[in-house]
Design a protein around this ligand. Sequence first.
Ligand code: NDP
Length: 330
Amino acid sequence: MSGTFQALVVDKQDDKQTVEIKALSTDDLMAGDVTVRVDYSTLNYKDGLAITGKSPVIRKFPLIPGIDFAGTVEQSSHDDFKTGDKVVLNGWGVGEKHHGGFAQMARVPGDWLIRLPDTFDTQQAMAIGTAGYTAMLCVMRLQEHGINAEDGEIIVTGAAGGVGSVAIALLARLGYTVVASTGRMNEIDYLKSLGASRVIDRNEFSEQGRPIGKEQWAGAVDTVGSHTLANVLAQIKYGGAVAACGLAQGMDLPASVAPFILRGIDLLGVDSVMAPKVRREQAWQRLAQDLDINLLENMTTTISLSDISVYAEKILAGEIRGRTVVDIRG
Ligand code: NDP
């Protein structure tokens, strides 16, 4: 394969991080048995941390960031994939220590790839992206815990963000009554359009609270961590559970054991990056089945490679609603 392609490259010299669009060739890509022409990637919270350098997400320089992508196989020596297959990738250290999705070409081990369900095209796959796939993993955890629609309200924190938006859409479609917690009360109409039954101000959860409070929620999807997660835990009904995946407020968890030992609740950790392949395939099949794809358009902003640096700042400032798709096509 010859010719060059566009890629966003993050480099670091003398502790100073640079972000630049460069022309690379496939010889510049890392090892892998499948080469993919990338159609779309997305900007996730973690990409924001990587590009701004606010957290040490990138562990090898220079690196093409972008923790997910969807595209078409150009070349494969992996048994499961052939030229022309539509594929999606989430995580596995891509965009952290292996060149990622913010480039027109990617090369990865085929074991990291999932065949895209026919329901989605590559644009829709990235409107879902890692945030949507993580939201699905959270919902699966709550369902596996045995939380049913009739058990009561489910609260979603960081509701207007990427994971939050898809979690609301999924839970509402599955018949749950969903309460959205947001700092953006101007997004009430948006959150209700996704299926939230009511919307509450995230300030209720932001500060140090009591170790245990009134039982309010059958379950929760928490994308925020810190005091928010601690306060949500304190309000979970007897036997309920929280699927926790995020740290938008902080990585700390200033909570008490009270809700665990007095109400038998569970804290369910959700990781999308190293989730086994079979779990990913399940999640993408479930997304094909349970997500109303008509909602994706209203959730999505589309940007190009040259917009990424600006949007990286915006996502960390909590200024992005829903999902940000990066159109990589040449
Ligand atoms: P977004 O930035 O799209 O959403 C995060 C949302 O959190 C914001 O939109 C905002 O929602 C809320 N928020 C931001 N700052 C604060 C704050 N200081 N206090 C309270 N709420 C805040 O990010 P994503 O949806 O892509 O990701 C959400 C979280 O999940 C991130 O922490 C990310 O790292 C994590 N994540 C983890 C994964 C895993 O595998 N475990 C995979 C994917 C994401 P609002 O405006 O509605 O209040």
